[in-house]
Write a protein that binds this ligand. Structure first.
Ligand SMILES: Nc1ncnc2[nH]cnc12
Ligand SMILES: [Zn+2]
Length: 334
């Protein structure tokens, strides 16, 4: 039985610039006179071949957004598309570094995104929250500036702090000070690891940082003791299976460790990461996992419940979302 498309979904891991459709990036590049030659394939998708060229393409696409209204449109468009796929709550990653590189004041960047989220909430009922990230490959100094910028502009929609980027570069400890500032400001933490690097990269994060969640973390599966530790400590993985397959971390969805991690007691959630870069969407992630692993709606709903429990939102928002989750019924058979 195909998964009911209105099954409630919660996404905890999507980079807002990585959610930009190529057509929008092309249009904005034209409007702002920005050279995007080589950024697209002949078929109109993003051109990249491996993790490094993906990050480079992402950095270039991010540069075409130049005004608060550009970001408001992007957030509204993404949340609208997510709501149409059954998403009731989404946490999007934003990047002070990318705003700085585009020459847009962070206050305008954040304000535009928050405005787009407010429009989406008013029009479609979807609730959006924001997690500023530092980018590991831009280095510890840029990270320090990014965290200071983020903390100088706290907004009711900003609910956490984290790090993405190239986990092959620098040591996690190089970013401990930046994370400490965010932690002291009361923001819960997440950090990408265990995506292109193995289990040791995940262990390095949980040894060095008081994170509640790990972005990806799936290669923890390569170390049984680490899997037990993640389960015991209740650290939640923001799993993005389509991204992992697109980037060649696993050859096929059927080889993905999501279910093995879940069955070992690790808390796992489902997200899309950078949907148009990886030919996916949050709805497609849920549908593909249900089909590949033959999971009934109740087991798929459990991913949403885990995500709700791990969301960085306030208690009142969590309670409202819990009511919506519990109110959902699968369509009657026949
Ligand atoms: N999958 C990913 N890994 C690391 N950094 C990212 N930034 C955007 N997507 C990312
Ligand atoms: Zn990511």
């Amino acid at each position: 039985m195909p998964l009911p498309s209105d099954l409630p979904k919660i996404e905890l891991h999507c980079h807002i610039e990585g959610a930009a459709p190529p057509a929008l990036v092309r249009r904005l590049a034209g409007r702002h006179g920005i050279d995007v030659s080589g950024l697209f394939t002949k078929d109109g998708g993003y051109a990249w071949t491996d993790f490094s060229s993906f990050l480079a393409a992402y950095d270039r696409a991010a540069q075409v957004f130049r005004s608060a209204e550009d970001f408001a449109d992007l957030a509204e468009t993404y949340l609208f598309a997510s709501a149409a796929e059954g998403v009731i709550y989404t946490e999007v990653f934003i990047s002070p570094d990318h705003a700085r590189r585009s020459g847009i004041p962070y206050a305008d960047y954040l304000g535009g995104l928050a405005e787009g989220m407010a429009r989406a909430e008013a029009g479609h009922g979807i609730i959006g929250r924001i997690i500023p990230l530092i980018e590991r490959h831009f280095g510890p100094e840029a990270a320090h500036e990014a965290v200071r910028t983020a903390l100088a502009h706290l907004h009711p929609r900003v609910v956490g702090f984290g790090m993405a980027g190239d986990e092959r570069m620098f040591a996690v400890a190089d970013f401990a000070r930046a994370f400490a500032l965010a932690h002291e400001a009361g923001l819960p933490l997440t950090c990408h690891a265990g995506e292109v690097c193995g289990a040791a990269s995940v262990a390095e994060v949980i040894d060095a940082l008081p994170v509640r969640r790990i972005g990806h973390g799936v290669r923890a599966i390569e170390d049984a003791a680490l899997v037990r530790r993640l389960a015991e400590e209740g650290i939640v993985l923001e799993v993005c299976p389509g991204s992992n397959v697109a980037l060649g971390v696993y050859p096929r969805l059927a080889d993905h460790p999501l279910i093995r991690l879940r069955d070992a007691g690790v808390k796992v959630t489902l997200s899309s990461d950078d949907p148009p870069f990886f030919g996916t969407s949050i709805g497609r992630e849920y549908a593909a996992i249900a089909e590949t692993f033959a999971l009934p709606p109740g087991e798929m709903l459990a991913f949403t419940q885990t995500a709700l429990d791990a969301a960085f939102c306030d208690t009142a928002t969590r309670a409202r979302l819990q009511t919506r989750l519990e109110g959902w019924r699968p369509p009657a058979a026949g």
